[in-house]
Design a protein around this ligand. Structure first.
Ligand SMILES: Cc1cc2nc3c(=O)[nH]c(=O)nc-3n(C[C@H](O)[C@H](O)[C@H](O)COP(=O)(O)O)c2cc1C
Length: 450
């Protein structure tokens, strides 16, 4: 079972930063992240995972004043610092294909792979909010299909650029004056609909051959993109049946791209609130729920349902019918399904998602949490989980001290790192078809994990 330590500044619960045990300045304090990352590494997690937006994503800035989410480090910059104080754990950062250029992204993650000795991963997303678009001179977010079309081409360019250098091309021969092998790198010469990129990259082929691509986006186009290019998919699902259906559908798309089920790991988010007894877990959860600011809770829900203004609706009435979102389509559907399945009012729905944002949420004992994880894993609904601590560091420590020993006892998670690279931890293979064109015999990616 693969495990990610998903660090949302100050913890995933929307009111986590207000809890007396949390490191409320976490988003702006490197020392906090260093502590969390080193704890996760000591516990042998596969990776640290950081989400990101290209701006404050709430449309109502007054609500943003009331959440610690409004101020945090840019994730690749942060992971570069964490690379220096960790040695084994994978480092995955989110960078959007909507508001970046592929050359910059390829170069940044190649650098992170070098800096970390082969531990970099890029979580590829398409941005979903008009608030972000407004930071880049655009009136609103592009249409779902158009964003995915750009993302498809974007990832081709990034993968292509990572493969513009052969393995071993850098020879640094002072005597002959040859820094790199003749023809050891070459232009990409990409000419497409969205991008024209000559290349090559101005950084050599990376320790992993190419950083690991992670994808987050769960609609049909999202799954197709992942099946073609990703080694990990981060997703949100509620029920075991949904998880199995999603993973099955995704993996069924792999053969079309010459890939096998083991080449791609599905890692849904999991929000655990752990107690030694069920009552203790519930008390921890209720203490957080009591701290939810209604303005912040509603703003979070507004984003999750696709950026609609919900302030005019009765909070104690039903969740209104809304038009299909142009942004986060899969999350909007998840919200509607959840409200319908559990018969929730608007207020009950924002309280329900204030911790996990639609990811699976378990408030219970280590045994109950391990049972649920094992059930999803064995049923084929997950190859692992992106663990979302409610508060930091407490929620992470609870998981490490209480749940991990139970997972280890069941033989589900590693006790030691076997390899040194992220791809080695995951046991995946890079997507086919992007290897170097020169006959270096190196293929794409490293031997480790192939
Ligand atoms: C589990 C999950 C995590 C996501 N994380 C981010 C993120 O950190 N930043 C971001 O801009 N978009 C994020 N997205 C948005 C997706 O990239 C995508 O734009 C959105 O989900 C709409 O596509 P879909 O309908 O295919 O899911 C995430 C989506 C999912 C499903």
């Amino acid at each position: 079972m693969r495990l990610g330590a998903f660090f949302y500044a100050t913890g995933h619960h929307v009111a986590g930063w207000r809890h007396p045990s949390s490191e409320a300045d976490g988003g702006l304090n490197l020392k906090r992240y260093v502590g969390w990352a080193q704890r996760a590494e000591a516990a042998k997690f596969d990776l640290v995972f950081l989400e990101d937006g290209s701006g404050i994503r709430d449309s109502n800035l007054r609500s943003s004043e009331r959440t610690a989410r409004s101020a945090h480090f840019e994730p690749v910059t942060l992971l570069s610092a964490l690379a220096a104080v960790t040695s084994r754990i994978g480092l995955v950062a989110t960078t959007s294909t909507s508001f970046n250029e592929p050359y910059n992204v390829a170069r940044r993650f190649a650098s992170l792979d070098h800096l970390s000795g082969g531990r970099a991963g890029w979580n590829l997303v398409t941005s979903t909010t008009d608030a972000e678009a407004a930071n880049f001179g655009e009136a609103g977010i592009a249409r779902h299909g158009d964003r995915y079309a750009r993302a498809e081409e974007f990832v081709d360019v990034v993968l292509g650029l990572w493969n513009t250098w052969d393995d071993g091309a850098v020879v640094i021969d002072r005597a002959s004056g040859q820094f790199s092998k003749p023809d050891g790198f070459r232009p990409l010469n990409h000419r497409g609909t969205h991008f024209e990129v000559r290349g090559p990259l101005n950084i050599a082929r990376t320790p992993q051959g190419q950083p690991v691509v992670v994808q987050a986006g769960s609609s049909g186009p999202g799954k197709d993109l992942a099946a073609r290019t990703a080694e990990v998919v981060f997703t949100a699902n509620q029920t075991l049946a949904e998880a199995v259906e999603f993973a099955g559908d995704l993996k069924a798309r792999l053969p079309r791209f010459g890939r096998e089920p083991g080449d791609l790991k599905v890692m849904p988010g999991l929000f655990p609130v752990v107690g030694r007894s069920e009552a203790e877990a519930r008390a921890k959860f209720e203490a957080l729920q009591d701290l939810i600011d209604p303005v912040v809770g509603l703003a979070l829900l507004e984003r999750m349902v696709g950026g609609f203004d919900l302030s005019g609706f009765d909070p104690d009435g039903p969740v209104p019918e809304l038009q299909e979102a142009e942004g986060a389509k899969s999350r909007q559907q998840l919200m509607f399904d959840l409200a319908r399945r559990e018969g929730l009012t608007l207020r009950q729905l924002y309280l329900r998602i204030a911790g996990a944002r639609g990811h699976s949420q378990i408030v219970g004992t280590p045994m109950q949490i391990a049972d649920e994880m094992e059930a999803r894993f064995r049923a084929g609904g997950a190859d692992g989980f992106n663990i979302m601590p409610a508060t930091l560091p407490g929620g992470l420590d609870d998981f490490i001290e209480l749940v991990l020993p139970e997972l280890r006892r069941r033989g589900l998670v590693r006790t030691e790192y076997e390899g040194r690279t992220l791809r080695g931890h995951l046991g995946t293979r890079p997507p086919a078809g992007f290897g170097p064109t020169a006959p270096s015999g190196s293929g794409s990616g490293t031997k480790e994990g192939r």
